[in-house]
Ligand binder design. Structure first.
Ligand code: NAP
Ligand code: MG
Length: 402
C-alpha cells in the first residue's frame, strides 16, 4: 500500500507512563503503516524534561508556533512525590501550563460519542464543547480573613498616581474578603480563540457570565466578546450559518440541559472548571474526552483530556495486563492530522483522520471495548480486551475501510 504523504510538519510531544506506552502502539499500528508521518519529535517525558532543565518543553511550544499544529501525549506534572520518584533537580512546572503560556491559548474539551454509551442527559445527541478561560479570577485572587471588626476597601492607584477608593464592607464582626482581577488582553485572546474555533468546527458559540450582578467585571467580558464579534466575526458566522449568542450563566445552564448538544460553550475560569467536569461526567468517560489548545493567532495543539493513567502503568510495570482506553489519544492524533491536511490542502490526510475516528467508533459500537467503558455499556454483552488487542481491533476495522 502506498502511504499518504504529509508535506507540513506536526510537532509531536511524547509523554509519560501508560499514555507513553499507548503512544508508541498507536503510532506503530494505526499511523505509520498508512501515513508518511512528518513529525518533529520532542520528548516531554519527565526524565528528559529534567535532563534539559525543562528546555525541551519551551522548545516544543516554540515549534508549535512555527508549524501551527502539535499533538501531545499526557505528561506528569511533578509534585513532591514525583520529585523523589524521578530524583528530579526541581519540581518542574506543568508542561501544559508552560505551553499555554507560550501560545496564549484557550483549551476546548469535547467528548467522543458512541451509541451504546448514553449521556446521563437523555436529549444530548451531539458533543458539547467547553471552552474555559484559564486565566485570573478566583484562581489568582488575594484573600483576607479577619477575626476583628474593621473596614474593607478596594483601592486602585493608577500609573499616573490617581487613586480610586471604594468601601467593600464595614465589618461589624469577623469575616472574609477577596480581590480578583482579569486583563483585557487575556479576555480578548480568549474571545478570538472561541470565535476562531467556532468557525473552524462550524458550531454555534454560547457565552455566559453574570453581568446583571457584576456590572463592571462580568460586563467587561460581555462587552469585549460583543465588540470583537461585531467587528471581526459576524459576517463570517452568518456566511457559515452559525450563531454567537450571549446569555446569563443560570439561563445557559438551563438551556444546556434542555439542548441536544452540538455547540461550544465558552465559560469564565471558575464556570469552566466546574462545568467541564459536569459535562464530561454526564457524557460518560474521561477516557473519551478530547482536548485542543487554540491560540488567538491560529496554532492548534491536540491532546487527550486525561492524565498518564498512573495506576494502570504501575500494574503494567508488574507485568499485569491493562485495559487502558486509547481513544482520546488517538483522537488527538486525528485532530492534528486533519488540521495538517486542512492547512496543506491534503484531502487524503483529512479523509484518513475521519476514517481512523470512524474505525474507533465502529469498533466500540461493534462491542469490542476497554474495561472503563464496559460499566457504561448498554448494548449486547461486550468483548472486553486489553489495550493492545483494542488497538489491533481498530486497525482491523480501519484496514477494511481503506
Ligand atoms: P488520570 O491519569 O487521568 O487517571 C485517573 C483515573 O481515571 C485512572 O486511574 C483511571 O481509573 C481513569 N482513566 C483515565 N484515563 C483513562 C484511560 N485512558 N483509560 C482507562 N481509564 C482511564 O489522572 P491522575 O491519576 O490524577 O493523574 C496521573 C498523572 O497524570 C499525574 O502525574 C498528573 O500530573 C498527570 N496529568 C496530566 C495531564 C495532561 O498531561 N494533560 C492531565 C491530568 C493529569 P481506574 O484506575 O479506576 O481504572
Ligand atoms: Mg476541575
Amino acid at each position: 500500500m502506498i502511504k499518504i504523504p504529509m508535506t507540513g510538519t506536526i510537532v509531536e510531544m511524547d509523554g509519560d507512563e501508560m499514555t507513553r506506552i499507548l503512544w508508541k502502539m498507536i503510532k506503530e499500528e494505526l499511523l505509520e503503516p498508512f501515513v508518511e508521518l512528518n513529525t518533529e519529535y520532542y520528548d516531554l517525558g519527565l526524565k528528559y524534561r529534567d535532563e534539559t532543565n525543562d528546555k525541551v518543553t519551551f522548545d516544543a511550544g516554540e515549534a508549535i508556533k512555527k508549524h501551527h499544529v502539535g499533538v501531545k501525549c499526557a505528561t506528569i506534572t511533578p509534585n513532591a512525590q514525583r520529585v523523589e520518584e524521578y530524583n528530579l533537580k526541581e519540581m518542574w512546572k506543568s508542561p501544559n501550563g508552560t505551553i499555554r503560556a507560550i501560545l496564549d491559548g484557550t483549551v476546548f474539551r469535547a467528548p467522543v460519542l458512541v451509541s451504546g454509551i448514553n449521556p446521563a442527559v437523555k436529549n444530548w445527541k451531539k458533543p458539547i464543547t467547553i471552552a474555559r478561560h484559564a486565566y485570573g479570577d478566583v484562581y489568582k485572587a488575594t484573600e483576607i480573613r479577619t477575626e476583628e471588626k474593621g473596614k474593607a476597601e478596594l483601592v486602585f492607584t493608577s500609573e499616573s498616581g490617581e487613586v480610586t477608593r471604594k468601601t467593600i464592607y464595614d465589618f461589624e464582626c469577623g469575616g472574609v474578603l477577596q480581590g480578583q482581577y482579569n486583563k483585557d488582553s487575556s479576555i480578548i485572546s480568549f474571545a478570538h480563540s472561541c470565535f476562531k474555533y467556532a468557525l473552524d468546527t462550524k458550531q454555534d458559540l454560547w457565552f455566559a457570565t453574570k453581568d446583571t450582578i457584576s456590572k463592571q467585571y462580568d460586563q467587561t467580558f460581555k462587552l469585549i466578546f460583543q465588540d470583537i464579534y461585531e467587528k471581526e466575526y459576524k459576517e463570517k458566522f452568518e456566511a457559515l450559518g452559525i450563531e454567537y449568542f450571549y446569555t446569563l450563566i443560570d439561563d445557559a445552564v438551563a438551556r444546556v440541559i434542555r439542548s441536544e448538544g452540538g455547540y461550544i460553550w465558552a465559560c469564565k475560569n471558575y464556570d469552566g472548571d466546574v462545568m467541564s467536569d459536569m459535562v464530561s461526567t454526564a457524557f460518560g468517560s474521561l477516557a473519551m474526552m478530547t482536548s485542543v489548545l487554540v491560540s488567538p493567532d491560529g496554532n492548534f495543539e491536540y491532546e487527550a483530556a486525561h492524565g498518564t493513567v498512573t495506576r494502570h502503568y504501575y500494574r503494567y510495570l508488574k507485568g499485569e495486563e491493562t485495559s487502558t482506553n486509547p481513544v482520546a489519544t488517538i483522537f488527538a492524533w486525528t485532530g492534528a492530522i486533519r488540521k495538517r491536511g486542512e492547512l496543506d490542502g491534503s484531502a487524503q490526510l483529512m479523509e484518513f483522520a475521519d476514517k481512523l475516528e470512524k474505525a474507533c467508533i465502529d469498533t466500540i459500537e461493534g462491542g469490542t471495548l476497554t474495561k472503563d467503558l464496559a460499566g457504561l455499556w448498554e448494548g449486547a454483552t461486550p468483548t472486553v480486551v486489553n489495550s493492545k488487542d483494542f488497538i489491533l481491533a481498530i486497525r482491523n476495522t480501519l484496514e477494511k475501510m481503506l
